[in-house]
Design a protein around this ligand. Structure first.
Ligand code: PLP
Length: 463
Protein backbone atom coordinates (compact mmCIF):
# COMPACT_ATOMS: atom_id res chain seq x y z
CA UNK A 1 0.00 0.00 0.00
CA UNK A 2 1.19 3.51 -0.71
CA UNK A 3 2.60 5.34 2.30
CA UNK A 4 0.31 8.00 3.70
CA UNK A 5 1.29 11.58 2.96
CA UNK A 6 2.43 13.52 6.03
CA UNK A 7 2.10 17.24 5.36
CA UNK A 8 4.16 19.55 7.55
CA UNK A 9 2.14 22.08 9.57
CA UNK A 10 3.00 25.76 10.21
CA UNK A 11 4.95 24.92 13.35
CA UNK A 12 7.18 22.62 11.33
CA UNK A 13 6.18 19.39 13.02
CA UNK A 14 4.32 16.84 10.93
CA UNK A 15 0.67 16.53 11.98
CA UNK A 16 -0.97 13.12 12.31
CA UNK A 17 -1.31 11.37 8.96
CA UNK A 18 -4.60 12.25 7.31
CA UNK A 19 -6.04 8.73 7.36
CA UNK A 20 -4.39 7.47 10.55
CA UNK A 21 -6.81 5.37 12.55
CA UNK A 22 -9.54 5.75 9.92
CA UNK A 23 -9.26 2.15 8.77
CA UNK A 24 -10.37 1.02 12.26
CA UNK A 25 -13.77 2.63 11.65
CA UNK A 26 -14.32 2.20 7.94
CA UNK A 27 -15.32 -1.21 6.63
CA UNK A 28 -14.75 -1.28 2.89
CA UNK A 29 -16.47 -3.72 0.48
CA UNK A 30 -15.13 -7.27 0.15
CA UNK A 31 -12.98 -7.39 3.30
CA UNK A 32 -11.25 -10.53 4.57
CA UNK A 33 -12.37 -11.56 8.07
CA UNK A 34 -8.92 -11.01 9.47
CA UNK A 35 -8.78 -7.45 8.17
CA UNK A 36 -12.24 -6.18 9.15
CA UNK A 37 -11.85 -3.17 11.33
CA UNK A 38 -8.18 -2.79 10.52
CA UNK A 39 -7.68 -2.64 6.81
CA UNK A 40 -5.58 -0.06 5.05
CA UNK A 41 -6.30 0.55 1.38
CA UNK A 42 -4.61 2.89 -1.03
CA UNK A 43 -5.86 6.40 -0.30
CA UNK A 44 -6.89 8.26 -3.43
CA UNK A 45 -7.16 12.01 -3.24
CA UNK A 46 -8.14 13.51 -6.57
CA UNK A 47 -9.24 12.62 -10.08
CA UNK A 48 -8.96 14.37 -13.43
CA UNK A 49 -9.90 12.87 -16.80
CA UNK A 50 -8.54 9.32 -16.99
CA UNK A 51 -6.17 9.96 -14.05
CA UNK A 52 -6.42 9.71 -10.29
CA UNK A 53 -3.81 10.87 -7.81
CA UNK A 54 -2.94 8.89 -4.71
CA UNK A 55 -1.95 10.22 -1.32
CA UNK A 56 1.73 10.11 -2.30
CA UNK A 57 0.99 12.50 -5.14
CA UNK A 58 1.49 9.73 -7.70
CA UNK A 59 -0.65 10.18 -10.81
CA UNK A 60 -2.18 6.92 -12.00
CA UNK A 61 -4.19 5.98 -15.07
CA UNK A 62 -7.55 4.81 -13.74
CA UNK A 63 -7.45 1.50 -15.62
CA UNK A 64 -10.78 0.14 -14.31
CA UNK A 65 -12.55 3.56 -14.37
CA UNK A 66 -13.31 3.16 -10.69
CA UNK A 67 -15.45 0.03 -10.76
CA UNK A 68 -16.28 0.02 -14.51
CA UNK A 69 -18.22 3.21 -13.96
CA UNK A 70 -16.39 6.52 -14.45
CA UNK A 71 -17.22 6.42 -18.17
CA UNK A 72 -16.83 10.15 -18.85
CA UNK A 73 -13.75 10.43 -16.66
CA UNK A 74 -13.11 12.34 -13.47
CA UNK A 75 -13.72 16.01 -12.75
CA UNK A 76 -16.27 16.71 -15.51
CA UNK A 77 -17.43 20.17 -14.70
CA UNK A 78 -20.68 19.79 -16.66
CA UNK A 79 -21.66 16.84 -14.45
CA UNK A 80 -20.71 18.57 -11.22
CA UNK A 81 -22.59 21.72 -12.19
CA UNK A 82 -25.82 19.96 -13.14
CA UNK A 83 -25.83 18.18 -9.77
CA UNK A 84 -25.37 21.42 -7.88
CA UNK A 85 -28.07 23.14 -9.96
CA UNK A 86 -30.53 20.29 -9.41
CA UNK A 87 -29.82 20.31 -5.66
CA UNK A 88 -30.77 23.98 -5.57
CA UNK A 89 -33.84 23.43 -7.76
CA UNK A 90 -35.26 20.29 -6.13
CA UNK A 91 -32.94 18.07 -4.09
CA UNK A 92 -35.45 15.31 -3.41
CA UNK A 93 -39.05 14.34 -4.01
CA UNK A 94 -40.84 11.27 -2.72
CA UNK A 95 -41.14 8.85 -5.61
CA UNK A 96 -44.20 7.29 -3.95
CA UNK A 97 -46.61 10.12 -4.77
CA UNK A 98 -44.72 12.50 -7.03
CA UNK A 99 -42.24 12.60 -9.87
CA UNK A 100 -39.60 15.06 -10.98
CA UNK A 101 -38.84 16.45 -14.41
CA UNK A 102 -35.41 14.80 -14.60
CA UNK A 103 -36.74 11.33 -13.72
CA UNK A 104 -39.56 11.47 -16.28
CA UNK A 105 -37.29 12.91 -18.97
CA UNK A 106 -34.57 10.33 -18.29
CA UNK A 107 -37.12 7.51 -18.57
CA UNK A 108 -38.20 8.89 -21.96
CA UNK A 109 -34.63 9.24 -23.23
CA UNK A 110 -33.60 5.75 -22.10
CA UNK A 111 -36.68 4.18 -23.69
CA UNK A 112 -35.64 5.75 -27.00
CA UNK A 113 -32.29 3.92 -26.82
CA UNK A 114 -33.52 0.56 -25.55
CA UNK A 115 -34.07 -2.34 -27.93
CA UNK A 116 -37.50 -3.72 -28.81
CA UNK A 117 -40.39 -2.59 -26.65
CA UNK A 118 -38.43 -1.83 -23.45
CA UNK A 119 -40.38 1.37 -22.96
CA UNK A 120 -40.59 1.53 -19.17
CA UNK A 121 -38.01 2.21 -16.48
CA UNK A 122 -37.93 1.51 -12.76
CA UNK A 123 -35.08 3.47 -11.16
CA UNK A 124 -33.04 1.99 -8.32
CA UNK A 125 -29.95 2.99 -6.34
CA UNK A 126 -27.37 0.82 -8.10
CA UNK A 127 -26.76 -2.46 -9.90
CA UNK A 128 -27.62 -4.97 -7.18
CA UNK A 129 -30.91 -3.25 -6.50
CA UNK A 130 -31.60 -3.20 -10.26
CA UNK A 131 -31.11 -6.98 -10.55
CA UNK A 132 -33.13 -7.48 -7.36
CA UNK A 133 -35.92 -5.38 -8.84
CA UNK A 134 -35.96 -7.35 -12.10
CA UNK A 135 -36.21 -10.63 -10.19
CA UNK A 136 -38.91 -9.39 -7.86
CA UNK A 137 -40.80 -8.07 -10.88
CA UNK A 138 -40.62 -11.57 -12.41
CA UNK A 139 -41.99 -13.04 -9.16
CA UNK A 140 -44.75 -10.42 -9.06
CA UNK A 141 -45.91 -10.91 -12.64
CA UNK A 142 -45.97 -14.67 -12.24
CA UNK A 143 -48.10 -14.28 -9.10
CA UNK A 144 -50.49 -12.02 -11.01
CA UNK A 145 -50.55 -14.55 -13.86
CA UNK A 146 -51.52 -17.27 -11.39
CA UNK A 147 -48.23 -19.16 -11.90
CA UNK A 148 -46.76 -19.06 -8.38
CA UNK A 149 -44.42 -21.98 -9.13
CA UNK A 150 -42.70 -20.32 -12.10
CA UNK A 151 -39.98 -18.54 -10.11
CA UNK A 152 -36.68 -20.37 -10.54
CA UNK A 153 -33.83 -18.34 -11.99
CA UNK A 154 -31.16 -19.56 -14.42
CA UNK A 155 -27.71 -18.02 -14.09
CA UNK A 156 -24.22 -19.00 -15.19
CA UNK A 157 -20.78 -19.80 -13.88
CA UNK A 158 -18.53 -16.73 -13.86
CA UNK A 159 -21.48 -14.37 -13.40
CA UNK A 160 -21.57 -11.41 -11.05
CA UNK A 161 -24.96 -9.80 -10.46
CA UNK A 162 -24.66 -8.03 -7.12
CA UNK A 163 -24.51 -8.11 -3.35
CA UNK A 164 -28.13 -8.15 -2.20
CA UNK A 165 -29.40 -11.56 -1.11
CA UNK A 166 -31.21 -12.60 -4.28
CA UNK A 167 -28.87 -10.94 -6.78
CA UNK A 168 -25.85 -12.42 -4.95
CA UNK A 169 -27.45 -15.86 -5.10
CA UNK A 170 -26.93 -15.73 -8.87
CA UNK A 171 -23.21 -15.13 -8.63
CA UNK A 172 -21.13 -17.79 -10.27
CA UNK A 173 -17.61 -17.04 -9.09
CA UNK A 174 -16.79 -19.55 -6.32
CA UNK A 175 -15.02 -17.06 -4.07
CA UNK A 176 -18.15 -14.88 -3.95
CA UNK A 177 -20.10 -17.76 -2.51
CA UNK A 178 -17.59 -19.78 -0.49
CA UNK A 179 -18.41 -18.08 2.82
CA UNK A 180 -21.79 -16.61 2.04
CA UNK A 181 -25.33 -17.99 2.09
CA UNK A 182 -27.70 -17.66 -0.82
CA UNK A 183 -31.19 -18.51 -2.00
CA UNK A 184 -29.87 -21.71 -3.56
CA UNK A 185 -33.32 -23.27 -3.78
CA UNK A 186 -34.30 -20.51 -6.25
CA UNK A 187 -31.31 -20.69 -8.60
CA UNK A 188 -30.21 -23.18 -11.25
CA UNK A 189 -26.68 -22.77 -12.57
CA UNK A 190 -25.49 -23.21 -16.15
CA UNK A 191 -21.94 -23.34 -17.52
CA UNK A 192 -19.83 -20.26 -18.00
CA UNK A 193 -19.73 -19.40 -21.74
CA UNK A 194 -15.94 -18.93 -21.71
CA UNK A 195 -14.45 -19.86 -25.09
CA UNK A 196 -10.89 -19.81 -23.68
CA UNK A 197 -11.77 -22.46 -21.12
CA UNK A 198 -13.85 -24.65 -23.44
CA UNK A 199 -13.03 -28.37 -23.32
CA UNK A 200 -9.75 -29.19 -25.07
CA UNK A 201 -10.19 -30.04 -28.73
CA UNK A 202 -13.71 -28.59 -28.99
CA UNK A 203 -14.35 -26.02 -31.73
CA UNK A 204 -16.05 -22.72 -30.87
CA UNK A 205 -19.10 -23.84 -32.87
CA UNK A 206 -19.31 -27.13 -30.98
CA UNK A 207 -18.87 -25.24 -27.70
CA UNK A 208 -21.78 -22.95 -28.62
CA UNK A 209 -23.93 -25.99 -29.43
CA UNK A 210 -22.91 -27.52 -26.11
CA UNK A 211 -24.04 -24.40 -24.20
CA UNK A 212 -27.34 -24.21 -26.06
CA UNK A 213 -27.97 -27.95 -25.59
CA UNK A 214 -27.20 -27.61 -21.89
CA UNK A 215 -29.75 -24.80 -21.61
CA UNK A 216 -32.39 -26.83 -23.45
CA UNK A 217 -31.71 -29.95 -21.38
CA UNK A 218 -31.87 -27.96 -18.14
CA UNK A 219 -35.24 -26.50 -19.05
CA UNK A 220 -36.51 -29.99 -19.89
CA UNK A 221 -35.14 -31.47 -16.66
CA UNK A 222 -36.35 -28.71 -14.32
CA UNK A 223 -39.53 -27.91 -16.24
CA UNK A 224 -40.31 -24.66 -18.06
CA UNK A 225 -43.34 -24.26 -15.81
CA UNK A 226 -40.95 -23.74 -12.86
CA UNK A 227 -38.43 -21.35 -14.46
CA UNK A 228 -39.24 -17.64 -14.36
CA UNK A 229 -36.10 -15.91 -15.59
CA UNK A 230 -32.68 -16.24 -17.16
CA UNK A 231 -30.19 -13.56 -16.09
CA UNK A 232 -27.02 -12.89 -18.09
CA UNK A 233 -24.40 -10.21 -18.59
CA UNK A 234 -23.88 -9.85 -22.37
CA UNK A 235 -20.13 -9.85 -21.59
CA UNK A 236 -19.32 -11.24 -18.16
CA UNK A 237 -17.36 -8.43 -16.57
CA UNK A 238 -16.08 -9.40 -13.12
CA UNK A 239 -15.81 -13.03 -14.23
CA UNK A 240 -12.88 -11.90 -16.43
CA UNK A 241 -14.41 -10.09 -19.42
CA UNK A 242 -15.83 -13.23 -20.94
CA UNK A 243 -17.15 -12.54 -24.41
CA UNK A 244 -19.59 -15.32 -25.33
CA UNK A 245 -19.20 -17.19 -28.61
CA UNK A 246 -20.96 -15.65 -31.63
CA UNK A 247 -24.63 -16.58 -31.92
CA UNK A 248 -24.91 -17.90 -28.37
CA UNK A 249 -26.95 -15.02 -26.90
CA UNK A 250 -29.58 -14.91 -29.71
CA UNK A 251 -30.03 -18.69 -29.54
CA UNK A 252 -30.55 -18.58 -25.76
CA UNK A 253 -32.88 -15.61 -26.20
CA UNK A 254 -35.04 -17.70 -28.57
CA UNK A 255 -35.12 -20.61 -26.13
CA UNK A 256 -36.29 -18.24 -23.39
CA UNK A 257 -39.08 -16.96 -25.63
CA UNK A 258 -40.14 -20.51 -26.57
CA UNK A 259 -40.34 -21.47 -22.89
CA UNK A 260 -41.87 -18.25 -21.57
CA UNK A 261 -38.78 -17.54 -19.47
CA UNK A 262 -38.07 -13.83 -18.98
CA UNK A 263 -34.67 -12.87 -20.38
CA UNK A 264 -32.95 -10.33 -18.10
CA UNK A 265 -29.88 -8.78 -19.70
CA UNK A 266 -27.64 -7.42 -16.95
CA UNK A 267 -26.01 -4.38 -18.56
CA UNK A 268 -24.73 -2.82 -15.36
CA UNK A 269 -21.26 -2.78 -16.95
CA UNK A 270 -21.89 -3.04 -20.70
CA UNK A 271 -24.32 -0.11 -21.08
CA UNK A 272 -23.55 3.61 -21.49
CA UNK A 273 -20.76 3.33 -23.98
CA UNK A 274 -18.57 0.55 -22.59
CA UNK A 275 -19.30 -1.39 -25.81
CA UNK A 276 -19.83 1.75 -27.89
CA UNK A 277 -23.62 1.98 -27.55
CA UNK A 278 -26.05 3.15 -24.90
CA UNK A 279 -27.31 -0.43 -24.55
CA UNK A 280 -25.34 -3.36 -25.97
CA UNK A 281 -28.08 -6.02 -25.95
CA UNK A 282 -29.76 -4.83 -29.15
CA UNK A 283 -27.12 -2.71 -30.88
CA UNK A 284 -24.15 -5.04 -30.30
CA UNK A 285 -25.66 -8.50 -29.76
CA UNK A 286 -28.92 -8.22 -31.70
CA UNK A 287 -31.20 -9.39 -28.91
CA UNK A 288 -34.38 -7.94 -27.45
CA UNK A 289 -34.50 -8.93 -23.79
CA UNK A 290 -37.61 -8.67 -21.61
CA UNK A 291 -35.71 -6.55 -19.11
CA UNK A 292 -32.34 -4.77 -19.04
CA UNK A 293 -30.68 -3.82 -15.77
CA UNK A 294 -28.24 -0.90 -15.71
CA UNK A 295 -26.30 1.27 -13.21
CA UNK A 296 -22.68 2.49 -12.95
CA UNK A 297 -22.04 4.35 -16.22
CA UNK A 298 -25.57 5.82 -16.27
CA UNK A 299 -24.15 8.66 -14.13
CA UNK A 300 -20.46 7.94 -14.87
CA UNK A 301 -20.27 7.10 -11.17
CA UNK A 302 -21.06 10.66 -10.08
CA UNK A 303 -24.25 9.57 -8.26
CA UNK A 304 -25.56 6.14 -7.17
CA UNK A 305 -28.30 5.31 -9.67
CA UNK A 306 -29.47 2.19 -11.46
CA UNK A 307 -32.61 0.87 -13.03
CA UNK A 308 -34.50 -1.75 -14.98
CA UNK A 309 -35.90 -1.28 -18.48
CA UNK A 310 -39.10 -3.32 -18.74
CA UNK A 311 -40.95 -4.54 -21.79
CA UNK A 312 -44.25 -2.83 -22.67
CA UNK A 313 -45.67 -6.28 -23.36
CA UNK A 314 -45.26 -7.10 -19.66
CA UNK A 315 -46.61 -3.82 -18.31
CA UNK A 316 -49.55 -4.05 -20.69
CA UNK A 317 -50.24 -7.58 -19.51
CA UNK A 318 -50.30 -6.38 -15.89
CA UNK A 319 -52.67 -3.54 -16.71
CA UNK A 320 -55.05 -5.93 -18.47
CA UNK A 321 -54.74 -8.72 -15.89
CA UNK A 322 -57.50 -10.02 -13.68
CA UNK A 323 -55.74 -8.31 -10.77
CA UNK A 324 -55.24 -4.67 -11.74
CA UNK A 325 -55.23 -3.84 -8.02
CA UNK A 326 -52.35 -6.23 -7.20
CA UNK A 327 -49.43 -4.14 -5.96
CA UNK A 328 -45.77 -4.52 -6.95
CA UNK A 329 -44.70 -3.97 -3.34
CA UNK A 330 -41.20 -2.80 -4.13
CA UNK A 331 -39.43 0.55 -4.12
CA UNK A 332 -36.56 2.54 -2.68
CA UNK A 333 -36.59 5.89 -0.92
CA UNK A 334 -34.01 7.00 -3.47
CA UNK A 335 -35.76 5.54 -6.56
CA UNK A 336 -35.89 8.18 -9.33
CA UNK A 337 -33.68 10.55 -7.33
CA UNK A 338 -33.80 13.94 -9.08
CA UNK A 339 -30.08 14.65 -8.66
CA UNK A 340 -29.16 11.20 -9.99
CA UNK A 341 -31.55 11.55 -12.92
CA UNK A 342 -30.34 15.08 -13.71
CA UNK A 343 -26.71 13.98 -13.85
CA UNK A 344 -27.69 10.91 -15.89
CA UNK A 345 -29.39 13.19 -18.44
CA UNK A 346 -26.25 15.32 -18.79
CA UNK A 347 -24.16 12.14 -18.98
CA UNK A 348 -26.38 10.94 -21.82
CA UNK A 349 -26.08 14.29 -23.62
CA UNK A 350 -22.29 14.00 -23.50
CA UNK A 351 -22.31 10.36 -24.60
CA UNK A 352 -24.57 11.17 -27.54
CA UNK A 353 -22.63 14.35 -28.27
CA UNK A 354 -19.39 12.56 -29.22
CA UNK A 355 -18.17 10.23 -26.46
CA UNK A 356 -19.95 7.16 -27.87
CA UNK A 357 -18.44 7.90 -31.25
CA UNK A 358 -15.01 8.34 -29.68
CA UNK A 359 -15.37 5.06 -27.75
CA UNK A 360 -16.27 3.22 -30.95
CA UNK A 361 -13.26 4.75 -32.71
CA UNK A 362 -10.59 3.98 -30.10
CA UNK A 363 -11.91 0.55 -29.05
CA UNK A 364 -10.27 -1.44 -31.90
CA UNK A 365 -6.92 0.23 -31.13
CA UNK A 366 -7.33 -0.50 -27.42
CA UNK A 367 -8.00 -4.20 -28.15
CA UNK A 368 -5.19 -4.48 -30.73
CA UNK A 369 -2.60 -2.91 -28.48
CA UNK A 370 -3.53 -5.01 -25.46
CA UNK A 371 -3.45 -8.12 -27.64
CA UNK A 372 0.29 -7.48 -28.26
CA UNK A 373 0.86 -8.54 -24.64
CA UNK A 374 0.17 -12.13 -25.69
CA UNK A 375 3.86 -12.41 -26.63
CA UNK A 376 4.70 -12.46 -22.90
CA UNK A 377 5.12 -16.03 -21.65
CA UNK A 378 2.91 -15.44 -18.59
CA UNK A 379 -0.06 -14.28 -20.66
CA UNK A 380 -2.48 -17.01 -21.69
CA UNK A 381 -4.99 -14.77 -23.42
CA UNK A 382 -5.93 -11.14 -23.86
CA UNK A 383 -9.60 -10.81 -24.70
CA UNK A 384 -12.24 -8.16 -24.64
CA UNK A 385 -14.85 -6.10 -26.41
CA UNK A 386 -15.28 -2.36 -26.78
CA UNK A 387 -13.38 -0.66 -23.97
CA UNK A 388 -13.25 -3.60 -21.61
CA UNK A 389 -10.50 -6.21 -21.62
CA UNK A 390 -8.85 -8.88 -19.53
CA UNK A 391 -5.30 -10.21 -19.43
CA UNK A 392 -5.47 -13.79 -18.19
CA UNK A 393 -2.21 -15.29 -16.94
CA UNK A 394 -1.41 -19.00 -17.04
CA UNK A 395 1.34 -21.23 -15.68
CA UNK A 396 1.59 -23.08 -18.96
CA UNK A 397 0.26 -21.86 -22.29
CA UNK A 398 -0.12 -25.31 -23.82
CA UNK A 399 -2.32 -26.74 -21.08
CA UNK A 400 -3.76 -23.30 -20.10
CA UNK A 401 -3.20 -24.33 -16.50
CA UNK A 402 -4.18 -21.46 -14.27
CA UNK A 403 -1.42 -20.30 -12.00
CA UNK A 404 -1.20 -21.58 -8.49
CA UNK A 405 -3.32 -19.09 -6.58
CA UNK A 406 -0.63 -18.41 -3.97
CA UNK A 407 1.35 -16.70 -6.71
CA UNK A 408 -1.29 -13.94 -6.52
CA UNK A 409 -0.26 -12.91 -9.98
CA UNK A 410 -3.00 -10.33 -10.43
CA UNK A 411 -1.97 -8.61 -7.20
CA UNK A 412 1.69 -8.62 -8.19
CA UNK A 413 0.95 -7.07 -11.58
CA UNK A 414 -1.24 -4.51 -9.85
CA UNK A 415 1.53 -3.60 -7.38
CA UNK A 416 4.13 -3.17 -10.14
CA UNK A 417 1.74 -1.19 -12.33
CA UNK A 418 0.88 1.05 -9.39
CA UNK A 419 4.56 1.90 -9.00
CA UNK A 420 4.68 2.69 -12.71
CA UNK A 421 1.51 4.81 -12.83
CA UNK A 422 -1.41 2.53 -13.68
CA UNK A 423 -4.23 1.24 -11.53
CA UNK A 424 -5.45 -2.18 -12.69
CA UNK A 425 -8.16 -4.38 -11.27
CA UNK A 426 -6.55 -7.66 -10.18
CA UNK A 427 -8.68 -10.84 -10.17
CA UNK A 428 -6.54 -13.74 -8.90
CA UNK A 429 -4.63 -14.61 -12.10
CA UNK A 430 -6.23 -11.90 -14.25
CA UNK A 431 -6.12 -8.15 -14.69
CA UNK A 432 -9.15 -6.35 -15.94
CA UNK A 433 -9.10 -3.01 -17.76
CA UNK A 434 -12.04 -0.73 -18.52
CA UNK A 435 -10.69 2.83 -18.72
CA UNK A 436 -12.80 5.96 -19.00
CA UNK A 437 -14.26 6.11 -22.52
CA UNK A 438 -12.47 9.40 -23.21
CA UNK A 439 -9.07 7.68 -23.29
CA UNK A 440 -6.91 8.68 -26.27
CA UNK A 441 -4.61 6.54 -28.42
CA UNK A 442 -1.51 8.02 -26.72
CA UNK A 443 -2.94 7.22 -23.32
CA UNK A 444 -3.70 3.68 -24.50
CA UNK A 445 -0.02 3.39 -25.53
CA UNK A 446 1.04 4.52 -22.04
CA UNK A 447 -1.31 2.06 -20.42
CA UNK A 448 -0.13 -0.89 -22.49
CA UNK A 449 3.55 0.01 -22.00
CA UNK A 450 3.08 0.08 -18.22
CA UNK A 451 1.18 -3.20 -18.27
CA UNK A 452 3.94 -4.82 -20.32
CA UNK A 453 6.53 -3.67 -17.80
CA UNK A 454 4.33 -4.69 -14.83
CA UNK A 455 3.83 -8.18 -16.25
CA UNK A 456 7.54 -8.50 -17.09
CA UNK A 457 8.50 -7.57 -13.54
CA UNK A 458 5.98 -10.13 -12.26
CA UNK A 459 7.62 -12.77 -14.45
CA UNK A 460 10.96 -11.84 -12.87
CA UNK A 461 9.40 -12.23 -9.40
CA UNK A 462 8.20 -15.72 -10.25
CA UNK A 463 11.55 -16.95 -11.59
N1 PLP B 1 -24.34 -6.52 -12.24
C1 PLP B 1 -23.11 -6.49 -12.77
C2 PLP B 1 -22.91 -7.06 -14.14
C3 PLP B 1 -22.06 -5.91 -12.07
O1 PLP B 1 -20.82 -5.91 -12.60
C4 PLP B 1 -22.30 -5.33 -10.81
C5 PLP B 1 -21.21 -4.70 -10.05
O2 PLP B 1 -20.06 -4.77 -10.37
C6 PLP B 1 -23.60 -5.40 -10.29
C7 PLP B 1 -24.60 -5.99 -11.02
C8 PLP B 1 -23.90 -4.81 -8.94
O3 PLP B 1 -23.89 -3.44 -9.01
P1 PLP B 1 -23.72 -2.52 -7.70
O4 PLP B 1 -22.35 -2.77 -7.17
O5 PLP B 1 -23.96 -1.14 -8.21
O6 PLP B 1 -24.77 -2.94 -6.74
Amino acid sequence: MAAIKKPVDDAGSPPAPRFEGAERHLIQPWPYAGAIGNEARTPIETGDGIYITDADGRRLIDGPAGMWCVNLGHRREELARVMADQAMELSYNTPWYTMSDPSAELARRLAAHAPGDLEHVFFTTGGSSAVETALRFMQFINNVRGRPDKKLILSRGGAYHGSTYLSASLNGRPRDRDWMDGADDLVVKLSCPDPFRRPAGMTIEAFTDFLVDEFRATVERVGAERIGAFVAEPVQASGGVIVPPPGYLPRIRNLCRDNDILYVSDEVVTAFGRLGEVFASGDVFGIEPDMITFAKGVTSGYFPLGGVMISARLTEELRRSNHPQAMFGHGYTFSSHPIGCAVALKNLDLLEGGVLEHARTVAPYFQEQLKTLEDLALVGEVRGAGLMACVECVADRESKNPLALDNAVGKRIDAHCHELGLLVRPLINMCVMSPPLIITRDQIDDMVAILREGISRTMDDLR
